[in-house]
Design a protein around this ligand. Structure first.
Ligand code: FAD
Ligand code: NAI
Length: 482
């Protein structure tokens, strides 16, 4: 191990490891410090690869296949015997995907000449030209490493709430909810956000009765209202019992059961569960990252304060990903990592924060990019919208997926596309078309003039754009035609 580098990255999640690799590609000597130990082994890949995006998607896929095999095949004339699921095998599959990917990242760092330092990194002094980072290895003595540049990429951890303290067995956070050894008969979830909907769906599909408590009066308030309304309808029909405007006031474990008390408009209610998941958001993780006098400024919410290029208040020190403002998403962290390194290298890289996509991997998926109708109106746009129901899309129907809708939001004055929103099969991929169109400052007319292949779910994007001017073909148009 060297004691001096051009660039030291603290945190080996998607933000940190991408920054480290890009730094090496640009010719810097790079160390990436990561302290994570996953299932007994040091691991790169952060929350995303170990306990986030990837394991949750592995379980979403297994549970979807199970449910589809059980309930959807008969429509196709396919009969099966009893359909069963081996939970241990399902978890094993998830773990082997995680292991393959995290080992792959280790190989990428090695192949690019990045030193992976296994242990804790602490920024001791970031004020001078030579930054000082304390490295505390998982085993052995600590040392000081100097660097010209430092990127802080320490990510986030689940928020804990005093009314439902996690115990790792009955009351768990998202990490615990990826590891249930058997399907809980009754599962409570606090928070109808992204994790609540995804992991709630996993265990519901496998047979649990799932109740999701949401403190806010509105379901999925961050999404376009037409989309959240449609999503609520579909998810409730699947059996998720989503209770908005419900505040959890206590959770107590008694005789192997979790008793949850809630306040619903002043009335106290009680429910009993086998397991309870607490997923009420995440917070930046800066403990042990910043020494007291290192000079870094934090925001009121405990995030590391940065500008649009992820520069902190200290020259040569950048911060990225879940540690800083903006959505806590892996792809946002990755792009910020690359931008930070390229800025250090003197290039003019910039993340376009207006086109960061959100995807909730329920079935159907819920996804969007850009402004919702409500946000665009609030920002003073004269808004025009168009939408198209998947119930009239041939491909979706042929796949047995004829539910949901796709919606476009545009500036009525200029016709410029401002947002694309979908609750549909493959919504996460569909809205990438909106992202690309917005990057190229496309208009609704551009989308109308393009030829979309038939039969595809993407045709609904075309029809939504046509419907913005009352021109959709496969829907009765009440809007004035252009
Ligand atoms: P992290 O991935 O959190 O990585 C930071 C790393 O830094 C950690 O491994 C940590 O051990 C290490 N570290 C912290 N402090 C120190 C220190 N002082 N010294 C050394 N190492 C340190 N996002 C999506 O975009 N799509 C999804 O589908 C998705 N699904 C998710 C599902 C779940 C259940 C969860 C919990 C999250 C999900 N996310 C998803 C969010 C995503 O995981 C995060 O946004 C992303 O991992 C953030 O990347 P990061 O590099 O900023 O931080
Ligand atoms: P979240 O912010 O998505 O949702 C938390 C929900 O809990 C909110 O609706 C909030 O109103 C509610 N809430 C907060 N306190 C509450 C309380 N005391 N009682 C009841 N409800 C309460 O946070 P979540 O689901 O924990 O996910 C954390 C982050 O992880 C997300 O912000 C997201 O960025 C990331 N993530 C992304 C995924 C994806 O991109 N597909 C998947 C999973 C996580």
């Amino acid at each position: 191990m060297k004691n001096s580098y051009d660039l030291v990255v603290i945190g080996g999640g998607p933000g940190g490891y991408e920054a480290a690799i890009r730094g090496a590609q640009l010719g810097f000597s790079v160390a990436c410090i990561e302290k994570r130990v996953h299932k007994g082994e040091p691991a790169l890949g952060g929350t995303c690869l170990n306990v986030g995006c990837i394991p949750s998607k592995a379980l979403l896929d297994s549970s979807h296949r199970f449910e589809a095999t059980k309930h959807e095949l008969t429509d196709h004339g396919i009969t099966t015997g009893d359909v069963n699921i081996d939970i241990a095998k399902m978890l094993e599959r998830k773990d082997s995907i995680v292991k393959g990917l995290t080992q792959g990242v280790a190989g990428l760092l090695k192949g690019n000449g990045v030193d992976w330092l296994q242990g804790w990194g602490t920024l001791v002094d970031g004020k001078g030209a030579e930054k000082q980072v304390k490295f505390t290895p998982l085993e052995g003595d600590e040392s000081i490493i100097t660097a010209k540049y430092v990127i802080l990429a320490a990510g986030s951890v689940p928020i804990e709430i005093p009314v439902a303290k996690t115990d790792g067995e009955y009351i768990v956070d998202s990490t615990g909810a990826l590891e249930f050894a058997e399907v809980p008969k009754r599962l409570g979830v606090i928070g109808a956000g992204v994790i609540g909907l995804e992991l709630g769906s996993v265990w519901r599909r496998l047979g649990a009765e799932v109740v999701i408590y949401e403190a806010m009066p509105e379901f999925l308030a961050v999404a376009d209202k037409d989309i959240s309304k449609e999503a609520a309808k579909l998810l409730k029909k699947q059996g998720l019992d989503i209770r908005v405007d419900t505040k959890v006031t206590g959770a107590e474990v008694k005789d192997g059961q979790v008793i949850v008390t809630t306040d619903v408009k002043g009335e106290t209610q009680t429910d009993t569960f086998d397991k309870l998941i607490v997923c009420v958001g995440r917070r930046a993780y800066s403990e042990k990252l910043l020494a007291e006098n290192c000079g870094i400024e934090l925001t009121e919410r405990g995030l590391v304060a940065v500008d649009d290029q992820c520069k902190t208040n200290l020259d040569g020190v950048y911060a990225i990903g879940d540690l800083v403002r903006g959505p806590m998403l892996a792809h946002k962290a990755m792009e910020e990592g690359m931008m930070a390194v390229e800025r250090i290298h003197g290039e003019k890289a910039q993340v376009n924060y207006d086109t960061i996509i959100s995807v909730i991997y329920t079935h159907p998926e819920i996804a969007w990019v850009g402004l919702s109708e409500q946000a665009a109106t609030e920002q003073g746009y004269e808004v025009k919208t168009g939408s198209f129901s998947l119930s009239a899309n041939g491909r979706a129907l042929a796949q047995g997926e004829g539910v949901g809708l796709i919606k476009v939001v545009a500036d009525a004055k200029t016709d410029r596309l401002l947002g694309m929103h979908a609750v549909s099969v493959g919504a996460g991929d569909i809205v990438h078309q909106g992202m690309i169109a917005m990057e190229f400052v496309s208009s609704i007319e551009d989308l109308q003039l393009m030829t979309f292949a038939h039969p595809t779910v993407s045709e609904a994007v075309h029809e939504a754009a046509l419907s913005a001017d009352g021109r959709a073909i496969h829907a009765i148009q009440r809007k004035k035609r252009k």
